[in-house]
Design a protein around this ligand. Structure first.
Ligand code: ADP
Length: 372
């Protein structure tokens, strides 16, 4: 399990309100612990999603009593997650903790397709009931909560520069939420619980990882992402200059370096797959998918008159080239009118929303503050 912080034994005793988002690729987990003397932002580490800080002083004060934990693991390793829950979070007879349990009735809030797919597994292995929370509801409520309460949740990323965006709680809506998971959902958000999934594309994070796995020898998503840092997409993509003998097609605003056709170069090369460097393939793939999503997102924002576009989902993984490509696509197609914004808790929106659905069944006081 990749985790935000080391779970101390005394914190285990107070773990509560476990929520899961079991997606096509990754399982995300959020839970609350009391009794931690540390604030949310200690041990902050971008790669591990820690650092839930807020701009609200009262909230920050209340949360000194507790801590939200964010974990993720590949869905294919769900048994490791079940072992983790079983050994660390579930109430066990003879255990020293007072009242340490996910829930007295072993109910776990769960969203994502896996909440349906793995119902029996959780029942068999943990005796736990997955209380299903709708995926889109969770995504939206998670995003709204994070955007409203977490200081420095949203940021732009332009030419390697990250700039945090101040969100005015009273002026958040409407916006377009683009969640790039295995697939991509585009949701027009008009209010706390008012939204519509207006579009999406099946060419998303799963496509990048799936195609990347087939075309390179990468064994993990991180390896593929890392490889893309070293690559040169011009070896794989057909550029305007390749077609126009090195010249721009300036009449319609295309420079010679603009991509005319992603993965178009091999058409005229007499090369086999093994003649291409994996780095270059990874780079072109990442660029193609990020560019495409950025373009579709902008067209939807345009169609629905939305000025703000927030991108989330674990495809992004805070990767500079991914964010840069999406930002450039939005900037290019909007002629500089729109800016892409990214979320610090990018892949945890759904899990956060499922966690917040405990509201009705009594979140701890400190976590309740998140909802205000
Ligand atoms: P889902 O709910 O569909 O699993 P996520 O927001 O969790 O969606 O994003 C899944 C995507 O994140 C994958 O398709 C892949 O592109 C990317 N990803 C990031 N880290 C990993 C990882 N460690 N293993 C697999 N995919 C990963």
């Amino acid at each position: 399990m990749e985790k935000d912080s080391k779970l101390e034994e005394n914190e285990l005793c107070a773990a509560s309100h476990l929520a899961l988002d079991i997606g096509g690729s990754l399982l995300k987990m959020v839970y609350f612990t009391r009794n931690s003397s540390r604030s949310f932002d200690q041990e902050a580490d971008g790669s591990s999603m820690n650092g839930l800080t807020t701009s609200n002083d009262d909230l920050h004060h209340s949360l000194l009593d507790g801590r939200l934990h964010f974990y993720r693991i590949e869905t294919s390793k769900i048994s490791e997650c079940i072992d983790f829950i079983s050994s660390k979070l579930l109430q066990r007879s003879g255990h020293q903790c007072n009242g340490a349990s996910i829930d007295d009735k072993n109910i776990i809030k769960a969203t994502g397709g896996g909440a349906f797919k793995f119902t029996n597994l959780f029942k068999e292995k943990l005796g736990a009931t997955l209380d299903k929370v709708d995926e889109m509801d969770s995504l939206v409520s998670g995003a709204n909560c994070l955007l409203k309460t977490v200081h420095q949740e949203a940021f732009t990323y332009i030419e390697g520069r990250k700039e945090y965006v101040q969100i005015d709680q009273k002026d958040l809506y409407p916006y377009l939420l683009v969640n790039i998971g295995s697939g991509v959902s585009m949701i027009k958000v008009d209010g706390n619980t008012k939204f519509q999934r207006v579009s999406g594309t099946s060419i998303g994070g799963g496509t990048f990882w799936g195609l990347g796995k087939l075309l390179t020898k990468c064994k993990s998503f991180d390896e593929l992402l890392e490889l893309s840092r070293e690559g040169n997409n011009r070896v794989i993509d057909m550029l305007v200059g390749d077609i126009y003998g090195g010249m721009d097609y300036s009449k319609i605003g295309l420079t010679s370096t603009a991509i005319a056709s992603s993965f178009g170069k091999p058409v005229s090369d007499s090369k086999e797959l093994q003649d291409y460097k994996s780095e270059d393939i990874a780079r072109s793939l990442l660029r193609m998918i990020s560019n495409n999503i950025g373009q579709i997102a902008y067209l939807n924002a345009l169609q629905f008159g939305l000025k703000r576009i927030f991108f989330g989902g674990f495809f992004i993984r805070g990767h500079p080239y991914t964010m840069d490509t999406i930002s450039v696509a939005v900037d290019f197609w909007s002629k500089g009118e729109a800016k892409a914004m990214f979320l610090r808790h990018e892949g945890f929106l759904g899990a956060m929303g499922a966690f917040l659905s405990y509201e009705k069944s009594g979140l701890p006081d400190a976590a309740q503050q998140l909802l205000q």
